[in-house]
Design a protein around this ligand. Structure first.
Ligand SMILES: O=C(O)CCC(=O)C(=O)O
Ligand SMILES: [Fe+2]
Length: 323
């Protein structure tokens, strides 16, 4: 693989008019392949217009190549049946992202490029590549080949990183987001001031914003233990909108410094809604502030799991200090 350009986050949104492969319907799932990276959605039973809304992540290397998509019907007792395939050339998206970087587009919405359907590609209709507040996004409908009917919609998900001037680049799961300035987002600067007031002595100089459009958007188990946050990172996490469950679990291998009788990490202002000895669950409500500090990132992992009941958008701001 060549130089890693970043992460490609593809949301497999939905399918329409998929073909029948069982008696009256199909149990479709999507497989995406980029080079030797493969990712799959879950199976949706008995549905020809399925909604997956599942995000699949790939690393993007130079040359970027083509994203291959295949739809299958899940069968229990025989091999899965093919329900069509399509591909998407990623080059327009990557060159539009480079263009937006050069133009320093950072706020508002701007169409960078249009890709039109032709005999080579699988586009159902024209697809716009836009910069939406600095994130380059593309939404496409792909016509499935090798079958009589069927279309699949793909999209990208947004994240946003804001940092004070002069800080080193953040590399987040191998991806280097563009750093906006606080001046571009006065309301976020106000929230930062409010957090500083709440936590005297703490100094945050960067912010990662995550938007969860619904219960299918999630953050898997991880620790924010990147070197740039120092040995005992302090993270203040503010939630707006839909409440979601936040889980903490002990890292599998205990660090030598850790004592056996160690208590769960100090989390300010939170009531635990459930706990086993090595896993704890907290409900993060609208307006809540959760603080992780001390050895939390060294010894614990955290996640925001999928939740079918979480129907509305949640915005999470994590203020951090790059040392
Ligand atoms: O959304 C949340 O509550 C947590 C997000 C998170 O863990 C992260 O951005 O590192
Ligand atoms: Fe995190």
């Amino acid at each position: 693989m060549g130089e890693i350009l970043g992460l490609l986050k593809v949301v497999v949104v939905q399918g329409k008019r998929l073909v029948i492969r069982d008696f009256k319907s199909s149990d479709p799932y999507v497989v995406l392949k980029l080079g030797d990276q493969v990712a799959k959605t879950k199976v949706i039973n008995s549905c020809l217009n399925p909604v997956w809304n599942e995000e699949l992540t790939f690393s993007l290397a130079d040359p970027v190549g083509v994203l291959n998509l295949e739809v299958f019907d899940k069968d229990r007792f025989k091999a899965d049946d093919e329900m069509g395939h399509a591909n998407l050339n990623l080059q327009p998206l990557v060159s539009a992202a480079r263009l937006s970087h050069v133009l320093r587009v950072s706020s508002g919405e701007m169409t960078l490029r249009k890709v039109v359907p032709d005999s080579e590609n699988c586009l159902v209709r024209e697809s716009c590549i836009s910069s939406v507040n600095g994130e380059v996004v593309q939404s496409v409908w792909l016509r499935l080949r090798g079958v009589e009917s069927g279309e699949i919609e793909l999209k990208q998900r947004d994240t946003c990183y804001i940092a004070s001037a002069g800080l080193p680049d953040l590399v987040y799961s191998g991806y280097k987001p563009h750093a906006y300035s606080w001046n571009e987002f006065p309301p976020l600067r106000d929230i930062l001031d409010a957090v500083h007031k709440e936590l005297p002595g703490s100094i945050f100089n960067s912010l990662l914003l995550n938007r969860y459009k619904g219960g299918n958007d999630y953050v898997s188990w991880h620790a924010d233990d990147e070197k740039l946050y120092g040995s005992t990172p302090e993270i203040a996490s503010v939630t707006f909108g839909c409440e979601r469950e936040f889980l903490l679990k002990k890292k599998p291998h205990k660090s030598s410094q850790e004592r056996c009788d160690e208590k769960p990490p100090p989390l300010k202002r939170f009531k635990r809604s459930s706990s086993h000895s090595d896993q704890h669950s907290f409900t993060l409500k609208h307006g809540s502030l959760l603080v992780m500090r001390g050895n939390t990132q060294r010894d614990w992992l955290h996640s925001v799991p999928k939740r079918a009941k979480a129907e509305t958008t949640r915005i999470n701001l994590t203020f951090r200090r790059v040392v």
